[in-house]
Design a protein around this ligand. Structure first.
Ligand code: FAD
Length: 371
């Protein structure tokens, strides 16, 4: 079926990873993306490839995150080879710092449950005592009592990742159509589907992947799928560059290869608002200065607010339309972490026309109101 023509709606990290995956399988693919003023979580995130704490009570999602993280080094190397862009991915493991014994206890309980829900030996983490932590992360403040560490975790530069995906996709012959808002998906007269855009252009294909971030709810409803995504705002602070200090990311503070420190991230239900708020930024800074007091010597050079693409339970949605076979949906939070699995595994399922059984629990049926 490698000659099936695909149309992918959305050019964020989810749509781009799937488009790239389909193109490398030999499919002709057109990726249709919105305009520059669209909401784009892919350009506003923290760039963690994060496994610890993912999938509490949902072992299939935890396994999916681990699978993606395990594929990431090959993914990075292939993308760099094909696009010439180095995504600055590395996997030194990651740390979640605790500023009190209660925080540490809660974190250990969560990771312990995730480990208990995973097949034996597949998810490991360590509880790191303060003294040992000082050897891993310099500059910690006196309030840090300990941490959890997981070797599964890593980080990337998400802007470079997106750029690499777009470059590699186009190098594989994929067509990128930017600045076109999709308004309709309909069965085409000669078979397949017709995807129309606001300016009146119509693209036809045998199959369609809806990967339009916050645009997914409206588009998926057109093909009988319930995809209740909503925006959850996150604000991030970036400091000026400093000498290399942190060799591994923590959940809320990481140092980029260029030397800046990224401090994150808030969570707020503020609808479609991407303005930053001094009070929120102050809270982010205050919490992270308790973890790393030396940050107070650095100037803030940038801050932003972005919108997460959030489902009601926080887990992704992968599905095929029952009324329109060959139309697939892929959406959810943590699209940076799952990018390798999207490119290598999910694209393969879409190519074969059937989503693997291990992802059945991530179908949109779990949100079907009547069911
Ligand atoms: C502050 C913050 C921190 C985060 N940190 C991390 C992290 O550390 N690790 C991690 O894995 N994830 C993180 N995330 C989540 C991650 O950024 C998202 O999961 C991911 O970017 C979602 O990608 P997407 O392609 O689905 O959506 P988007 O990036 O929002 O892209 C959607 C695209 O669809 C297009 N579109 C929408 N509607 C239409 C339409 N009708 N027609 C055509 N095109 C359309 C838009 O133009 C847009 O380009 C974070 C998010 C935020 C906001």
């Amino acid at each position: 079926m490698s000659d099936a023509r695909f149309i992918v709606i959305g050019g964020g990290v989810v749509g781009a990873a799937i488009s790239y995956g389909l193109a490398r399988l030999g499919h002709p693919v057109t990726m249709i993306d919105g305009a520059d003023d669209a909401f784009r979580a892919s350009r506003a995130n923290f760039g963690l490839v994060w496994v610890q704490s993912k999938g509490l009570g949902k072992p299939d999602y935890a396994a999916w995150s681990r699978r993606s993280a395990a594929l990431y080094e090959d993914f990075r190397a292939e993308l760099e080879d094909e696009s010439g862009v180095d995504c600055a991915y590395h996997r030194p493991g990651g740390v979640t710092l605790a500023l009190s014994d209660d925080e540490l206890e809660e974190q250990v309980a969560i990771l312990g449950q995730i480990r208990g829900e995973a097949p034996a030996g597949e998810f490991e983490f360590e509880v790191v005592e303060r003294a040992q932590l000082d050897n891993m992360l310099p500059g910690l403040g006196p309030e840090v009592v300990g941490a959890t560490y997981s070797a599964h975790d890593g980080e990337t530069n998400s802007l470079f990742l997106l750029h690499a995906l777009h470059g590699a996709f186009q190098r594989r012959g994929g067509a990128y159509v930017q600045g076109h808002h999709v308004t309709g998906i309909e069965a085409a007269a000669g078979g397949g589907y017709a995807v129309s855009t606001a300016d009146g252009t119509v693209h036809t294909g045998d199959r369609v992947v809806v990967a339009a971030g916050l645009g997914n709810q409206e588009l998926a409803a057109r093909v009988g799928l319930e995809v209740p995504v909503r925006p959850v705002q996150g604000q991030v602070i970036v400091t000026e560059r400093a000498d290399p200090l942190l060799s591994m990311p923590t959940l809320n503070v990481k140092q980029t290869r260029e030397g800046t420190f990224m401090l994150g991230a808030s969570q707020a239900e503020v609808d479609y608002d991407i303005t930053t708020d001094a009070a929120v930024l102050k809270r982010i800074a205050a919490r992270n200065l308790r973890a790393f007091p030396f940050l107070s010597d650095l100037r803030v050079v940038r801050s932003w607010a972005g919108l997460r693409v959030m489902t009601p339970d926080g887990f992704p949605i992968y599905d095929q339309s029952p009324s329109h076979p060959g139309i697939f949906i892929a959406t959810g939070h943590s699209g940076v972490t799952t990018a390798a699995a999207h490119a290598y595994v999910l694209a393969d399922y879409f190519s074969k026309g059937e989503i693997g059984a291990e992802l059945a629990g991530l179908s949109s049926a779990r949100f079907h109101v009547q069911a």
